[in-house]
Ligand binder design. Structure first.
Ligand code: F6P
Length: 346
């Protein structure tokens, strides 16, 4: 019988996390369960930063960005000592089940905890990158797309006035979902994504094509993880890696802009949108998705359906194996990218 559950948010934050926490807490309270909030992802479970959450704690958080629980990129499997502390705390606090709200790293840990250590865990998918398998959308993605679309619209008007090429660098280290969807929505003249190494000559060709048509400005959307075929132009990366082995990306936008300016002699400007894409209030879509996933996660616990993640498939939220969600990244659907390509250089 479930008496106490705990919820945590891990990895990069995103809009909609609070909506998910609220749904988990409210639904669990209906079952008269005690709900704990684990602070700062897996780090809080290692360090015992665990506090009760009440109806009052989640009151008013639905539209708020970020996460009231805090987050971290801590990987408990990096140290046996940490892993032991984490397991001890689960016992110490009498936690019967954990709801982990996260992306591939946080849910990768959840999967191992369940499969290897037998910890009763369920997952909720979040990441602005939308790159988790088994779910059509992840919480936070829709909000990021709407922020990027708005940025493209704003860049359009100033690009047109100054007859400039605008390069917009957006997040997406392994998958170019944000770039592709927001690029289509904003009418980008070229979209460069990690899934398809780009040919700089081809990009130059798009811009020349536009010039020939009498168009005096262009918008290029580039995902931070996009790579050129010509590796001499590789993105600038931090040498430092996080606990899951990811390097911090950034710099491809500037490299690209310099190269384009050199080759075309067109005035070029760069906007690196960065963490603006992860901040602020969630869209209505993300609030609803987060709420549905939160409720589904509690129902999964009620049914004893552990090792699962609440996934959106079509219009339904369904439990899928955590292993399926984290086994491989969900990269951009090339049919969608082909649609975007119709407008390149147009
Ligand atoms: O995983 C989500 C994400 O926003 C990526 O798109 C981005 O590369 C990364 O997090 C940035 O991480 P940090 O917040 O640690 O700079």
């Amino acid at each position: 019988m479930i008496k106490k559950i705990a919820v945590l948010t891990g990895g990069g934050d995103c809009p909609g996390l609070n909506a998910a926490i609220r749904a988990v807490v409210k639904k669990a309270l209906q079952y008269n369960w005690i709900v704990y909030g684990i602070k700062n992802g897996w780090k809080g479970l290692i360090e015992g930063q665990i506090e009760p959450l009440t109806d009052y704690s989640v009151s008013g958080i639905l539209p708020k960005g970020g996460t009231i629980l805090g987050t971290s990129r801590t990987n408990p499997f990096k140290s046996e000592e940490d892993l032991q502390k984490l397991l001890d705390n689960i016992k110490k606090f009498g936690i019967d089940a954990i709801v982990a709200i996260g992306g591939e790293d946080t849910l990768g840990v959840a999967f191992k905890l369940h499969n290897v250590m037998g910890v009763p865990v369920v997952g909720i998918p979040k990441t602005i990158d939308n790159d988790l398998s088994g779910t059509d959308y992840t919480i936070g993605f829709d909000t990021a797309v709407s922020i990027v679309t708005d940025a493209i619209d704003r860049l359009h008007t100033t690009a047109e006035s100054h007859h400039r090429v605008m390069v917009l660098e957006v997040m997406g280290r392994h998958a170019g979902w944000i770039a592709t969807i927001a690029g289509i929505a904003g009418g980008a003249d070229a979209i460069l994504i990690p899934e398809k190494p780009f040919d700089i000559d081809e990009v130059v060709g798009f811009l020349e094509q536009r010039k020939k048509k009498g168009k005096t400005f262009s918008i290029i959307v580039v995902a931070e993880g996009a790579v050129p075929k010509d590796t001499k132009m590789l993105s600038v990366q931090d040498k430092e890696k996080d606990e899951f082995g990811h390097v911090r990306l950034g710099g491809i936008g500037n490299r690209l802009a310099k190269e384009l300016e050199k080759r075309l002699g067109l005035e070029t400007r760069v906007t690196v949108l960065g963490h603006v894409q992860r901040g602020g209030a969630p869209t209505a879509y993300d609030r609803v998705l987060a709420t549905r996933c939160g409720i589904a996660a509690v129902e999964m616990i009620k049914q004893g359906d552990f090792g699962k993640m609440a996934a959106l498939q079509g219009n339904k939220i369904v439990p899928i194996d955590l292993g399926q969600a984290v086994s491989k990244l969900k990269t951009v659907d090339m049919e969608l990218y082909n649609i975007a390509e119709v407008f390149f250089g147009g």
